[in-house]
Design a protein around this ligand. Sequence first.
Ligand SMILES: [Zn+2]
Length: 305
Amino acid sequence: MDQGNASVKIFMYHRVVTEDTPFVLSKHKNTGTTVSRRMFAAQIERLTERYTIIPLDDALAILKNNSPIDRAYCVITFDDGYSDNYHNAFPVLQHFGATATFFIMGSCLVGSGYIRWLDEYYYMLDQTRVTATLLHMKGDRFPRLISPRGRWERRLTDLVRRWPHEDKDALIAALRVALKVDVPRNLLNSQLYLSAPQIQEMHHAGMTIGAHTMTHPFALGHLPAETARQEVIRSVDVVRELTNQVYVPFAYPWGDPASYNRDIINLLKEIGAECAVTTAPGNNGSDTPPFELKRIAVYEGTEIQ
Ligand SMILES: [Zn+2]
């Protein structure tokens, strides 16, 4: 009997931008996961030479059956559902005849008026004319001196990303006052994120749509159980309603092993999610659990191997 040697690499992208992609390239932001459209095109060209790019579904079948393979297979994925995926990544993928999976945040669809706290935060830092202010943060005895032109902003994101949403929301509200910025919610929402018609167009063109929670909480595994359940169930429902896909793949926000747990995996299986991807690096083989698929992050300077 054939001994399978199934192996599939799953590559992970976030945003693909050009110089005029609105509100994406904040001068304060850690743009480490952002790739320029020009570099993206070069990387996809290289991927098509080096690999056979397959849909996530096909990768699962290869891994599940431990199929003998005679070529290198890979899957391309995108996290977070920013509109630059449609404007910059989708046309390049189509040009090269490549397929990909897009993991979207259910709350962010255009028209909801919802903005991810990080996006609001960077917008305020970019727009403010305040050079320094005092802000009292949860857990601190004394107010902190904040200077939006300094290097404080990166420390803040590291500090608060683990906070529950209500604490982050309170901080953002305090910053709005301290930094004296009006946030044009609907404008940001409509420019930053994918719309339902864009998602449907990509799906009709052969792309797979996956769920990435509703609001991108720090770690599903650390949320109150019912909150985590709602983040998962509702986001999978959003994808089903948009695409009629029976099986909906899922991507864990942040994606390290601490960000999910057995209960989340069991819930995903129960609601008919097909598989889930993490951010643990590495190849996938027949022994990789389908709800803990590994991915290789691609950055601007990544050499495709
Ligand atoms: Zn994400």
